[in-house]
Design a protein around this ligand. Structure first.
Ligand SMILES: NC(=O)C1=CN([C@@H]2O[C@H](COP(=O)(O)OP(=O)(O)OC[C@H]3O[C@@H](n4cnc5c(N)ncnc54)[C@H](OP(=O)(O)O)[C@@H]3O)[C@@H](O)[C@H]2O)[C@@H](O)CC1
Ligand SMILES: Nc1ncnc2c1ncn2[C@@H]1O[C@H](COP(=O)(O)OP(=O)(O)O)[C@@H](O)[C@H]1O
Ligand SMILES: [K+]
Length: 515
């Protein structure tokens, strides 16, 4: 499913409204009703009886959704305290209409930047944050209100629902606009969004701010504007086909993983095993002479070949059956300088990770000029910043206006610049191809696996991708599928995971996929 930006979401809305399929008022009514349904689904105890809510409405359509929710909860007998930021006569038309409907039954108080303490707040209260959604254009300045919502969300006794996005968080990037301290930022227990998830629900700090995410269909047909190319989540039904066709081992490709010197071969061995597990027909470790014994003592199914230098690599690559390469894990800077150019000159599908990236930090263009469309770069943020310092800077700088630069923007810009697939690692792994396609592998919410942040996990990922490339899967799909399987392996093992455990989980994950 697509992961939209605010602009892509409003394009989807515009497309359907202009085609006469729906009106803005209908969308707002469905968004409000869907929010109430999601609240009652999460907290069934609120379904019966009369409860209390404080509804904070903003100056745009997010506020309009808030008026709908207030009306529906009041109709269930709830006591509502409703605050509006800004003037009712400045509300956009649909929000204004729902304001007027609300005014037929309830009060509207002016929202100021002071802690909110109306009489209703003495008892248990549901907070509804309908201040800003996709239209956030500048930092949230009501710091007392932000603090109060953040504290309420962190308090296990108090429930906070954000409509579309906790206010102040950028829905394109998952970043807070401005430089408020963490305790002066809003948060929610439940965030209810409409039509499609927004990128900011998945990226960066978005998931922590949102709490839990519910998505409500509001009857929009258009995924986004015709011709647009939004990011897509990697999901089971979009994985590359990993079942093996009947055939010879050479029909499933042969991956060559280059190791570092003696005492530094562990990382590449993790990669090699992952490539073999994901079904490459053969996997060979390319080892310098001094490390041959070490590698031979550890590996059985993975083969070994002496590769001391670029010349030896060229000779190895005379075998056309070697169709995928993996360089970087434990490789060392010297070997990276020698071997990466030779590997790239061969035109083989190639994964570059770790040292194969860092070795070119002084002159990234020297690397970029050699890359081709079958390369996949797998940097973590530190490695990314060494190769693309200006792009990384956009992510580090405090955003003063919305939408803020996102990790999707960063990976996309990097991929276009270097001409290869770029996989930017993290709980929100973003994978971009030079043609603008972007996949996001989300290890957040129910797929959260913090224990995957362990030494060697990245080496295993590089190997999974190299194995999928050996099997003939295209670079973007190989990277997306590898990243998804990697997280599933970690989920299956659970806490206590170390990198060696990942590959052993793969057979079970594949079985569950029906492979
Ligand atoms: N698209 C759809 O299909 C559907 C959308 N729906 C709902 O609409 C929401 C989007 O509505 P929206 O576009 O009106 O934007 P919204 O988030 O209400 O804010 C804009 C207002 O806030 C203002 N403003 C911004 N930042 C500010 C700040 N820091 N401090 C103060 N003011 C600030 C900004 O001012 P301006 O930048 O224009 O000066 C403008 O007045 C979306 O999240 C969803 O809930 C649903 O009904 C279902 C269908
Ligand atoms: N919090 C997290 N949740 C899920 N996955 C994570 C998290 N932190 C890191 N990862 C994943 O773990 C791997 C770490 O890779 P990397 O930083 O290269 O480590 P190493 O070089 O030690 O193998 C990446 O695939 C990354 O996406
Ligand atoms: K909101």
């Amino acid at each position: 499913m697509e992961l939209l930006t605010a602009a892509e979401m409003s394009a989807a809305e515009r497309t359907d409204i202009e085609a006469g399929r729906v009106t803005g008022a209908e969308l707002m009514a469905r968004a409000g009703a869907g929010t109430v349904d999601a609240v009652l689904a999460k907290w069934p105890d609120l379904a019966a009886g009369a409860h209390r809510a404080v509804v904070l409405c903003g100056p745009g359509n997010n506020g309009g959704d808030g008026f709908v929710v207030a009306r529906l909860l009041a109709a269930r007998g709830w006591t509502i305290d409703l605050y509006l930021l800004g003037r009712a006569d400045a509300l956009p038309p649909d929000a204004r209409a729902n304001h007027d409907l609300w005014r037929e039954r309830g009060e509207v108080r002016a929202l100021e930047d002071a802690a909110i303490a109306p009489p209703a707040v003495d008892g248990e209260v549901l907070w509804i944050d309908a201040l800003f959604g996709t239209g956030l254009s500048r930092p949230f300045t009501l710091s007392a209100v932000a603090r109060q919502l953040g504290a309420a969300a962190r308090d296990p006794e108090t429930r906070v629902v954000a409509i579309d996005m906790p206010s102040g968080w950028c829905s394109d990037s998952g970043r807070w606009l401005g430089d408020a301290a963490p305790e002066a930022r809003t948060a929610a227990d439940l965030t209810v969004t409409f039509h499609r998830r927004k990128a900011g629900h998945i990226l960066s700090d978005g998931p922590t701010a949102c709490g839990q995410l519910a998505r409500v269909d509001i009857g929009l047909e258009a995924a986004t504007a015709p011709g647009a190319r939004p990011a897509r989540l990697v999901e089971p039904d979009t994985l590359a086909a990993v079942s093996k066709r009947p055939g010879h081992k050479y029909d499933h490709g042969h991956a060559l993983v280059l190791t570092g010197g003696a005492g530094r071969t562990g990382a590449a061995r993790l990669s090699a095993r992952a490539a073999l597990r994901i079904g490459a027909g053969l996997v060979t470790l390319g080892v310098p002479g001094a490390a041959q014994l070490e590698v031979a003592m550890h590996e059985t199914a993975v083969m070994l070949r002496r590769v001391d230098d670029a010349e030896a690599l060229d000779t190895a690559l005379e075998d056309p059956r070697l169709n995928s390469l993996c360089l970087g894990p434990g490789l060392g800077s010297e070997r990276a300088h020698a071997l990466v150019p030779a590997a790239l000159a061969s035109g083989r599908a190639t994964v570059l990770d770790a040292d194969a990236l860092t070795a070119f930090a002084d002159a990234p263009d020297r690397l970029f000029s050699k890359l081709h469309a079958r390369c996949v770069l797998t940097p973590h943020m530190g490695e990314f910043a060494r190769l693309f310092p200006d792009i990384a800077e956009d992510l580090k700088r405090t955003p003063e206006s919305g939408p803020a630069a996102s990790r999707i923007d960063a990976a996309r810009a990097a991929s276009v610049r270097c001409g290869a697939v770029v996989l930017l690692k993290g709980a929100d792994t973003v994978i971009a191809a030079p043609d603008g396609r972007v996949l996001v592998n989300a290890a957040v919410y129910e797929r959260s696996v913090p224990w995957l942040a362990t030494a060697g996990a990245g080496d295993t990922l590089a190997g999974l991708i190299a194995g999928l490339l050996a099997r003939g899967i295209a670079p973007l799909e190989a990277a997306g599928t590898g990243a998804w399987l990697h997280v599933e392996c970690a989920r299956r093992f659970g806490p206590g995971l170390i990198a060696e455990d990942l590959c052993g989980m793969l057979p079970g994950v594949l079985r569950e996929l029906g492979v």
